[in-house]
Design a protein around this ligand. Structure first.
Ligand code: NAP
Length: 207
């Protein structure tokens, strides 16, 4: 399988890459150092890119070529109370979650039967004080995918939205660390792979 993992320098993306060692792997993230280390550990090709920049996203996807499997494990998190949130924080949140996904779907090429996997959150877990910007970005991503589903299905591509509970990754660093009971990235990646590779693939996978 030809597999692209974006956010490979992150907790979930890294665990997916290690679990998929042996496949034809393309690994993307912004930080070149960790990306190189992961590529040495997994045999994946390291392709650094900031995917909120459409030109970088397009160049990455041209280099990668047709895919059987895409995991878009990109995201940022932060606490932004509604009385304090800045335009910069709102734009950053939407860029990381919505724009990156939209640019990938615009420029990716897929083989027939491919699966493109995106990561959402359980609405109830993010509708909490300080998380309005993150919740809005995830809601926008989910709405975009639901509306895009039929267009991609015409090309034989299955979109899968995975709703994740808390996973102990660096996403939580700006929030002071993961909550008690968070899944390990390895456990989350295992559950994601098991669900996403099912036949037929689910439209929404709740982990
Ligand atoms: N962890 C959780 O509890 C949880 C729960 C629900 C949903 N999710 C979702 O799961 C996905 C993976 O999250 P994670 O927990 O693995 O987070 P993470 O460890 O913080 O990793 C985030 C990844 O996103 C990359 N990234 C951020 N902005 C980018 C951009 N503009 N262009 C390219 N790459 C960018 C980072 O790259 P660099 O590090 O190289 O900058 C990093 O590889 C995210 O969509 C997140 O919202 C996570």
């Amino acid at each position: 399988m030809r597999v692209l993992i974006t956010g490979a320098t992150g907790g979930l993306g890294g665990a997916l890459a290690r679990a998929l060692k042996g496949q034809e792997l393309f690994l993307s993230g912004r930080r070149a150092g960790p990306l190189l280390e992961l590529s040495q550990a997994t045999g994946g090709k390291p392709l650094p890119a900031d995917l909120s920049d459409e030109l970088e996203a397009r160049a990455l996807l041209e280099e990668v070529g047709p895919l059987d499997l895409l995991f878009h494990a990109v995201g940022v998190a932060g606490r932004h109370p509604v009385r304090e949130v800045s335009r910069e924080a709102l734009e950053g949140m939407l860029a990381a979650h919505l724009l990156t996904a939209a640019f990938l779907l615009k420029h990716a090429r897929f083989n027939k039967g491919a699966r493109a996997v995106f990561f959402g959150a359980y609405p109830a877990y993010v509708r909490v004080p300080g998380f309005a910007a993150y919740a809005a970005a995830k809601g926008a991503l989910e709405a975009y995918l639901e509306a895009a589903r039929k267009e991609l299905a015409r090309e034989g591509v299955h979109l899968v939205l995975v709703r994740l509970p808390a996973v102990a990754t660096g996403l939580w660093t700006p929030l002071g660390g993961p909550p008690k009971g968070a899944l390990s990235p390895e456990e989350a990646a295992g559950r994601v792979l098991e669900g996403v590779l099912r036949d037929p693939p689910p439209q929404v996978l709740e982990v």
